[in-house]
Design a protein around this ligand. Structure first.
Ligand code: TYD
Ligand code: MG
Length: 453
């Protein structure tokens, strides 16, 4: 009997070692080495040596390389297209990560069902019946979407040969298994081998492949970091399972920006694209409640109105609590210090809770002024008029600083019916004929005067 061959793989970076060591010499992480059985035959699963040799590539001067043919495949999902940078690139490998139950399978199945191209949806997690039941809820019927339940890459490639799909979806990479490696599905060496086979397939046939990847408890994609290096695009699907909104963002994109954001709403019949996110992120509350302020922020290329809620109350224990949802806690502490020093507010004896509604998180400094306004509004227990919104950054000296793309923010506020927007005095505004009143302020004191006195 052939001797089983094993090797040690770092679960963090994927480096292979012959012997176990406590600390991975490559990435310096401790206790990440795991023994796995390897047994690799010479022949890879996607054996296209003849095809490859026919069109073996030659070096070309960079100015002679044509980019004209760089076409995009429309996924018929505007949010998905936007995050990808305009659609799927032929031959690219896209990895979609997210926590269990966030809706990864739903999103990709829904896209596959709507596509007019032949799509092969390979599931190693659910049976064909289960998928059909889910599909029934999402989309009436599709004859172009093929469902395959299989986990062996060799079998999958056979079916691909037989059906010639235009797009392949794999749910999920952790369930795949290649015959050339003996270790269990989901192990580092399997993930690496299966991904490598899929990349080869994608590049050689120019077929885009979308992989679903699981996320571990600490929020990173399960499997080695190497997986993220291997694929062209890494997308993350996030959102609290208790909220209905889901956010799709690109963590890495070889073909576009990573600043774009896609927003969906989970409904009984699948995920609905949210084309005008500002409307849903602001609660439609007619009574003026203290402690809320609206900020005009920008995510990617899109302006977005968000609602900030603050609660300021007397600290019950010695150390006041500061807690944030969707906002950087350090930034909150800085803003509180500025308020204390520059505006004379004694917030040291108060608990401050801050929440960005809708379950999204924002790190645009242009929401600083709205954060301060919400805190002051709660502290004074005076509601801010519903028609007011903010777009400015706060400096350490308590000065109100200009923000980028202020025109776009003002237009979005105007579009949504706001009557007044507070911006920095030093912000250059190119807009003319705006209906919205633009309040130009330079210090926190000015804002306090205008809002609460
Ligand atoms: P799923 O796509 O299975 O998540 P993942 O693949 O990321 O693990 O989504 C699971 C959740 O989505 C499940 O809790 C039910 C919910 N859901 C809806 O609310 N509406 C729907 O139409 C579908 C199909 C799922
Ligand atoms: Mg799933």
């Amino acid at each position: 009997m052939a001797k089983t061959k094993t090797a040690f793989f770092c679960q963090n970076c994927g480096t292979q070692y012959a012997k176990w060591v406590g600390q991975c010499p490559a990435c310096k992480e401790w206790n990440t080495l795991v023994e796995e059985v390897i047994h690799k035959e010479e022949k890879p699963a996607w054996n296209t040596s003849e095809k490859a040799s026919k069109r073996s590539s030659k070096p070309l001067p960079i100015n002679e390389i044509s980019t004209e043919k760089e076409q995009r495949i429309n996924t018929y999902d505007q949010e998905f297209n936007r995050v990808l940078g305009g659609g799927l690139v032929p031959g690219s490998l896209v990895l979609l990560g997210g926590e269990p139950g966030v809706g990864k399978s739903t999103l990709l199945l829904q896209i596959a069902l709507r596509l007019p191209y032949r799509t092969l949806y390979v599931s190693g997690e659910e049976s064909q019946k289960q998928i059909k039941m889910r599909a029934n809820r999402i989309f009436p019927d599709s004859s172009t979407c093929l469902i395959l339940t299989e986990t062996k890459t060799q079998q999958i490639f056979q079916q691909i040969e037989a059906t010639q799909p235009d797009i392949v979806v794999i749910d999920s990479i952790q369930t795949l298994h290649s015959d050339y490696i003996e270790s269990a599905a989901g192990s580092i060496s399997q993930i690496r081998e299966c991904t490598a086979e899929l990349i080869k397939f994608a590049k050689e046939t120019n077929t885009p492949v979308i992989l679903i990847g699981h996320i571990t408890k600490d929020g990173t994609l399960a499997g080695p970091k190497i997986l993220e290096h291997m694929v062209d695009t890494v997308l993350q699907f996030e959102g609290d399972r208790n909220y209905v909104y889901r956010i799709l963002r690109a963590l890495k994109n070889r073909f576009g920006s990573t600043a774009e954001l896609g927003i969906y709403e989970m409904q009984g019949g699948g995920l609905r694209q949210v084309n005008n996110p500002s409307e849903i992120l602001i609660s439609k509350n007619d009574e003026g409640l203290s402690g809320t302020a609206i900020a005009s922020t920008i995510e990617g290329m899109r302006p977005l109105m968000i609602e900030i809620q603050a609660l300021v109350s007397s600290a019950v224990y010695g150390t006041p609590q500061r807690s944030t949802t969707g906002y950087n806690a350090k930034r909150l502490n800085m803003l509180l210090a500025v308020l204390e020093k520059r505006a004379g507010f004694k917030l040291g004896a108060k608990d401050v809770f801050l929440n960005i509604t809708g379950g999204i998180s924002v790190d645009d400094p242009a929401i600083d002024l709205a954060v301060i306004a919400a805190i002051l509004s709660s502290n004074e227990d005076i509601a801010i008029d519903k028609g007011i919104c903010f777009a400015a950054e706060i400096g350490l000296a308590g000065e109100i600083r200009p923000v980028q793309r202020v025109d776009q923010r003002i237009l979005e506020a105007e579009k949504l019916g706001f009557t007044t927007i507070y911006v920095s005095k030093n912000n250059k505004i190119g807009l003319k004929n705006t209906v919205i009143t633009i309040q130009r302020v330079s210090r926190i004191e000015d804002v306090i005067k205008r809002l609460f006195e």
